[in-house]
Design a protein around this ligand. Structure first.
Ligand code: DX5
Ligand code: ZN
Length: 214
């Protein structure tokens, strides 16, 4: 299992310390949640923080843009250290073009789906995607409860990927812990984002290890 701990639950006054902890852990990626107070009802942090994190991070930055007009900021996030850039399907009227732009920058291209957005919307874009983020909570906040419907959605996405014979990875974001993680693995998930489950624990390093072999 690919594990992508979310910095949204880190201690923002000790970001360097927390990034170094992730460097020393078996985490695969570092999930960076960008919120604009417009696409989602919360503001997290932006480009300068991403850039500061990139200076210390030894793992790929998995940037999740919860913003309107993400196409305006793709190049800036690439420059700020993003390895993966995921945009929300609900925020992209010209998704195909936006995905091509991400790839032209040399980043892995992802699309994120809100809980109510059906998998069928991915049919004609899935072959172009490196990853799909299925939101298993409504985006905007950490520490919310896992929406169980996401398991069926994961299975549907897995079937679409098999049917289209693509190498797209399935990443699940929101309310992930060992229990939901195991169910998600069985449903076909390749990657798990975990914020509070990692950072609120006594030993984030050990929790990451457990998620890895969920
Ligand atoms: C939610 C973010 C998530 C969040 C997950 O909008 O996209 O990445 O950090 O947090 P937990 O794991 O606490 O649900
Ligand atoms: Zn996220």
């Amino acid at each position: 299992m690919i594990v992508s701990p979310s910095l949204l639950a880190a201690d923002f006054a000790n970001l360097q310390r927390d990034v170094e902890m992730l460097n020393a852990s078996v985490a695969d990626w570092i999930h960076v949640d960008i919120m604009d107070g417009n696409f989602v009802p919360n503001i997290s942090f932006g480009l300068p923080v991403c850039e500061a994190v990139a200076k210390h991070a030894k793992k790929p930055l998995d940037v999740h843009l919860m913003i309107v007009n993400p196409e305006k900021y793709l190049e800036s996030f690439k420059k700020a250290g993003a390895a993966h850039i995921s945009v929300h399907i609900e925020a992209c009227p010209h998704l195909h073009r936006t995905i091509q732009q991400i790839k032209e920058l040399g980043c892995k291209a992802g699309v994120a789906l809100n809980p109510h957005t059906p998998i069928s919307q991915l049919e004609d874009i899935i072959s172009d995607l490196d990853l799909v983020i299925l939101m298993s909570v409504n985006p905007g906040f950490g520490g919310q409860r896992f929406i169980h419907q996401s398991l069926e959605k994961t299975e549907k996405l897995k079937n679409l990927i098999l049917q289209k014979n693509t190498k797209t990875l399935i990443e699940i974001d929101g309310g992930v812990n060992l229990e939901t993680g195991k169910l998600l693995k069985n449903a076909g998930a390749d990657a798990l984002v975990a914020g509070n489950f990692v950072f609120s624990s006594q030993s984030p390093i050990d929790v990451i290890k457990l998620l890895k072999v969920v």
